[in-house]
Design a protein around this ligand. Sequence first.
Ligand code: 13P
Length: 287
Amino acid sequence: MLVSATEMLKKAVSGHYAVGQFNINNLEWTKAVLLTAQENNSPVILGVSEGAGKYMTGFDTVAAMVKAMINSLGITVPVALHLDHGTYEGCYKCIKAGFSSIMFDGSHFPIEENIEKTTELVHAAHNMGLSIEAEVGSIGGEEDGVIGAGEIADPNECKMIADLGVDFLAAGIGNIHGKYPENWQGLDFDALAKTKALIGDLPLVLHGGTGIPEDMIKKAISLGVAKINVNTECQLYFQQATRDYILAGKDLVGKGFDPRKLLAPGYEGIKTIVKEKMELFGSVNKA
Ligand code: 13P
């Protein structure tokens, strides 16, 4: 069932768990995430970066594939199709393409411009029944060409953006896209608690979910994080399983070169990590 992310995240805040956003890249990724959500009776958010949208030939293709797959696989758990780190133009494209949720990443603009553009997009999204995420304080590292400095979001600026009517908010607290460096300082829970105190029950989003230790994930959820984004970890599981298959020479045996066989271990790898994350985030049986 394709829905906006508003209700599932409100439920997550009151139930003290988080819903995973898993970024998709192709048919295998989408099928793996949807079926794992259904098997675990968990709500789920499919994240699509602008780069991944382009790779899949455009947002129209992505929306059509996801809707058709929900239908043909008989997926009944709540699924949101969400633009990840959208530009102003990308947000409008996804509203038109039939996404159920968008993120406007205005974190690199001066706060006045972030407020102005977010305000406009909140109206555009809500008019069409979509949910909208905004961002304050950039997420560190690089994802599909989006590069962030990794600032800690100013809680007062978070409050300003929260008051614009966004449905959930990404606030940078030292989180980074991709693998965390050895000397990473960890999440800034003081900043998270200050923001939470100012914005109340508005769901908070933790980007850069790959590699954050379990105790930090649990603490972040206890402080109001209700959506956690995971991308790199699915890619790493897919890579490792594909690598093992080829290094074991399985592609050379019989019809092992058939793409459906070649991609099967990677597909299972994605299912394994998505299930683990759903268990850790507490979203199993919360559909
Ligand atoms: P990771 O790639 O670090 O898991 O981050 C995903 C993310 O935040 C998507 O927006």
